[in-house]
Design a protein around this ligand. Structure first.
Ligand code: UDX
Ligand code: ADP
Length: 469
């Protein structure tokens, strides 16, 4: 019989929010408290109007409706939640460090450490602490040390339970995961018992054979490895996309052909303007930093190349726009379709669109962006964060449009950066009609029909397709 009656999750972001909502929906007998120090975020999670939830994810509104107020609660009372919970998940952000040793590579564990210190301060009885945030290997050790050295003498078991959900499909991924990974101190009885408690929670809806248990370090390293392998596939197909463009091969045909090989598999072979999201770059840089810190320079360099290739892909896409537009985009209106790092999410972290925009703004382009889920403020925050120019300049040069047709009016070029389904359905004749001529189209996602668009009159550039004509 499980002794877990209440769980809490510190961090109500893209990971904590959806994950806890699904656990609460699947386990009505467990009380789930989601806490965050960000009051605005918590207020948004408690919004009656579900379109105002802080995270956009297909299906999330249904899950929240099912459980919120029943056994799912969002609040800023972090201490109260820690005190009440038998099991505490930490899902706080672990961005790449921007200062000091390891800047630009290592993970910044400031938020994780603050969280651990708060748990230690508040906890009055034994707790299981679960790392949900992606952490460098052996962080559990640091967590354990903080908890036991600063705590009130209570016992803590540390588990690693990395999240493998992808944004845009988070609810599907949580409902039917390929696997759930639980790492713990399996060399001790208490450790094995803690692992079992978490396994039992997932077993309410996940088949047992899909729940994998390992030691702590294997679990932490598996998360980084999975993301590194996935990102590597994208950089590999993106590298091939440039070869395709100059040789006349078609990267989609190549992807389909190799994907039929069951040893390779068909997923994650879509060439793109570059991978984005909060995980891939951060986790690989983290891996590179770990390898370097153990003196494994070849290993570090091997993985670093995946990120370098990704940066190159974004750069080469932007440069090609400038080159094609007669080597100048100065004062030309360029329409961006999409700003999110992929479809079906309002997340823009590391989105390729930000970097392509930054390069074009350096060339004094006027950019007009339409994204169905990303508000103007987020676009400006993303650009300001790069520190390339003043906030005032960013606001003068980039405009957030209310519709595609507003964005493309009198534009010299339309650039597709996010594969939102609605862009497939556009009236492309109307788009063409309202643009300057020649009307250039740069396709960074390969979701449109190149032949049909060429027929309409667009001068097309598609990633990884022959652009020799
Ligand atoms: C990723 C992992 O998939 C997930 O398991 C982990 O928990 C977090 O990181 P996420 O970043 O949400 O998830 O999205 P993902 O679907 O992996 O896409 C990442 C980026 O790669 C996006 O920018 C996407 O557009 C791009 N991508 C993906 C490609 O360019 N080509 C592909 O074939 C697949
Ligand atoms: P992820 O994509 O990993 O979920 P997010 O940035 O979306 O990352 O969410 C992390 C959340 O964690 C943020 O809402 C942030 O306010 C919260 N957070 C960070 N540190 C703490 C802390 N010490 N206590 C409570 N919440 C925290």
């Amino acid at each position: 019989m499980s002794r877990i009656k209440t769980i809490c999750c510190i961090g109500a972001g893209y990971v904590g929010g959806p994950t806890m909502a699904v656990i609460a929906a699947q386990c009505p007998h467990i009380k789930v408290l989601v806490v965050d120090m960000n009051e605005d975020r918590i207020r948004a999670w408690n919004e009656e109007d579900l379109s105002k939830l802080p995270v956009y994810e297909p299906g999330l509104d249904n899950v929240v409706t099912q459980a919120r107020g029943r056994n799912l609660f969002f609040s800023t009372d972090i201490d109260g939640a820690i005190d009440e919970a038998d099991m505490i998940f930490t899902a706080v952000n672990t961005p790449t460090k921007t200062y000091g040793e390891g800047a630009g590579m290592a993970a910044d564990l400031k938020y994780v450490e603050l969280c651990a210190r708060q748990i230690a301060k508040v906890a009055k009885n034994d707790k299981i602490v679960v790392e949900k945030s992606t952490l460098p290997v052996r962080t559990a050790e640091a967590l354990k040390s903080i908890l036991t050295n600063t705590g009130n003498g209570v016992k803590f078991q540390i588990l690693s339970n990395p999240e493998f959900l992808a944004e845009g499909t988070a609810i599907e991924d949580l409902d039917a995961p390929d696997r759930v990974l639980v790492g713990g101190d399996i060399s001790t009885i208490e450790g094995r018992e803690a692992v079992q408690e978490l396994v039992d929670i997932y077993a309410h809806w996940v088949p047992r054979e899909k729940i994998v248990t390992t030691n702590l370090w294997s679990s932490e390293l598996s998360k980084l490895t999975a993301n590194a392998f996935l990102a590597q596939r994208i950089s590999s197909i993106n590298a091939m996309s440039e070869i395709c463009e100059v040789t006349g091969a078609d990267v989609e045909e190549v992807g389909k052909a190799i994907g039929k090989d069951s040893r390779i598999g068909g997923k994650f072979l879509k060439a793109s303007v570059g991978f984005g999201g909060s995980c891939f770059q951060k986790d690989i840089l983290n891996l590179v930093y770990i390898a370097k810190s153990y003196g494994l320079s070849e290993v570090a360099e091997y993985w670093h190349q995946v990120v370098k290739m990704n940066d190159y892909q974004k750069r080469r896409f932007a440069r090609n726009i400038v080159k094609t537009l007669y080597n100048t985009v100065n004062d030309k209106k360029i329409a961006f379709l999409g700003w999110a790092f992929k479809k079906d999410t309002n997340d823009t972290r590391e989105s390729a669109a930000i970097y392509v925009a930054d390069l074009l703004l350096n060339e004094h382009a006027q950019i007009s962006v339409y994204d169905p889920k990303v508000p103007a403020e987020k676009m400006y925050t993303d650009l300001d964060y790069l520190n390339t120019r003043t906030e005032k300049e960013n606001r003068a040069l980039l405009h957030c449009a209310d519709s595609v047709y507003d964005a493309v009016k009198d534009a010299h070029a339309v650039v597709l950066l996010t594969e939102w389904d609605e862009f497939r359905e556009l009236d492309w004749n109307k788009v063409y009609g309202s643009m300057m001529k020649p009307a250039f189209l740069f396709e960074g996602r390969n979701i449109l029909d190149k032949e049909a668009l060429t027929q309409i009159g667009f001068v097309c550039y598609f990633l990884g397709k022959s652009n020799l004509v």
